[in-house]
Design a protein around this ligand. Structure first.
Ligand code: GAR
Length: 202
């Protein structure tokens, strides 16, 4: 990892962005958030960033002719800010090849299930519908398949009788806020490699 400068991509409320900001400010994560980019101009996450003096940019995907055009612009913007690690924090878009090529093994995502179970949207509802007794959080590197890259870190969360998607999401989110800064710190520490599809750290 060459740079401890983070680029955080968001689409919504940005509570995981807040967890990263808090970890940096609290000295638990040795990094700098260089820029926050949202594909949705109205995302509350942009306000959170600005409130902390972090550059916040709305890059509306609807203004671009193709996914590749959009991802090329994202890659250019992140590169221009010296970003070394791209953190997806509730970024609800598939990452395309131009961005993957610009940041090889340097894009990380947090997902609210124990992958490979329940990828995609509504992971908490999928888990409840399936009837699992344990779900959790996965932090993983991003590759070309949806929610399928090497797993950096996982934390379990028990499913309680009477859970709704909302109540389960709330408890999973608490674990996300702990796990994500920890995993980002691990990645920035550089003591890891990819073996096959496994993330190995030491
Ligand atoms: C989080 O629960 C995150 O894990 C999930 O969206 C939420 C974003 O919340 N991401 C995905 O489902 C990605 N597949 P936030 O905007 O408050 O961080």
């Amino acid at each position: 990892m060459t740079s401890r400068r983070l680029g955080v991509l968001v689409s919504g409320r940005g509570s995981n962005l807040q967890a990263l900001i808090d970890a940096v400010r609290g000295g638990r994560l040795e990094a700098e958030i260089a820029i926050v980019v949202s594909n949705r101009p109205a995302a509350y996450a942009l306000e959170r960033a600005r409130a902390h003096g972090i550059e916040a940019v709305a890059l509306d995907h609807r203004q671009y002719a193709s996914r590749d055009d959009y991802d090329r612009e994202l890659a250019r913007l992140l590169g221009s800010r010296g970003v070394g690690l791209v953190c997806l924090a509730g970024f609800m878009r598939l990452v395309g090849q131009p961005l993957l090529d610009a940041f090889p093994d340097a894009i990380v995502n947090v997902h609210p299930s124990l992958l490979p179970a329940f990828p995609g949207i509504d992971a908490q509802r999928q888990a409840l519908d399936w009837g699992v007794k344990v779900s959790g959080v996965t932090v993983h590197l991003v590759n070309r398949e949806l929610d399928a890259g090497p797993i950096v870190l996982q934390r379990t969360v028990a499913v309680e009788p009477g859970d709704t998607p909302e109540s389960l999401a709330e408890r999973i989110l608490i674990e996300e806020h702990r796990a994500y800064p920890e995993a980002v710190g691990l990645l920035l520490g550089g003591r890891w490699r990819i073996e096959g599809r496994r993330f190995v750290s030491w």
